[in-house]
Design a protein around this ligand. Sequence first.
Ligand code: NAD
Length: 359
Amino acid sequence: PGWESQVRSSAKVRSGGRFTVLVTGAAGFVGTHVSLALKRRGDGVIGLDNFNDYYDAKLKRDRRSQLDKSGIFVIEGDINDRELLEKLFDVVPFTHVMHLAAQAGVRYAMKNPSSYVHSNIAGFVNLLEVCKSANPQPAIVWASSSSVYGLNTKVPFSEKDRTDRPASLYAATKKAGEEIAHTYNHIYGLSITGLRFFTVYGPWGRPDMAYFFFTKHILSGKQIEIFEGPNHRSVARDFTYIDDIVKGCLGALDTAKKSTGSGGKKRGPAQLRVFNLGNTSPVPVTRLVSILEKLLKVKANKKLMPMPSNGDVMFTHANISSAQRELGYKPTTDLETGLKKFVHWYLKYYSGSKKRSSW
Ligand code: NAD
């Protein structure tokens, strides 16, 4: 369809690189950072994104410009488009798929539930169908979520804990993704690694996330609502800085085994893994706000509110010993340091159309 030559050039492995990776959701927050990190070390990278308008489409276009500058081609398309994916796999023998395209966000599921089914269930199945028939079969690393722990109250959350009580439709679709991964691994020998990200934040982040819109509202003087549980306990999150998450994603790709294929040609059990990628250090949202106040040098107009029933959970806290052991994952950025980098980017990016933010 006119993009073959760009795709081939973007997929080329350069010196130091080993893999040819399809990154879905490449114009998203995590997708952009992961794509750039792969390209920097020489891997061939092709992006795919449908550029939906769940949040500010300009931010996605600006992220894409950063990718363009690094020689990463992003195809505008949907993971549900079988024909497009098949054509793409005909042109490029992908060794790996980094699957980050999804309908993210917990609260939006109450407004638009079908978008979660479309992207997180139907789209994932469509992608796996194409991977299963591809030659070679790529190893798949994909983003699950800490939200699968749902109403689990045993902390820190470990991969063996129960995940059968999701608190939102978003969480339910991520949990469904984990079950779907099991079947494609079992029947077709696909190698699949699920990564349960814990509240990722940083430059080029997502405007629908609290740290991002708190920053916007603190600067404009708009009131921010901070949710509290019973006995005025603040909601807490295991905030994880984007660069740490990127290292975890690369660690998962580097340790992924080849898919083994199916139909009697099995060379051994294909890999099926799931890891927490968190920071092991939950921080109350009240503290998040006071760090932002300090960095922005502005007092927030705060309103403490009882936690509504909107799919959010009270707290998250990752046990990361499996990822440490098997992926070499080691988060190194504390919330204050990471937020400083976010605020720096934010002020630069939104400081007027003349000054363009560079990566
Ligand atoms: P994001 O919304 O910025 O990125 C997702 C990208 O996928 C977007 O650019 C979107 O346009 C694209 N997309 C959505 N549906 C698509 C479809 N059907 N076909 C093609 N492209 C599609 O989100 P993010 O924060 O970068 O998250 C990346 C992944 O990590 C997602 O799977 C998300 O569920 C998961 N995750 C994120 C966090 C976090 O804190 N950011 C936490 C847990 C899990």
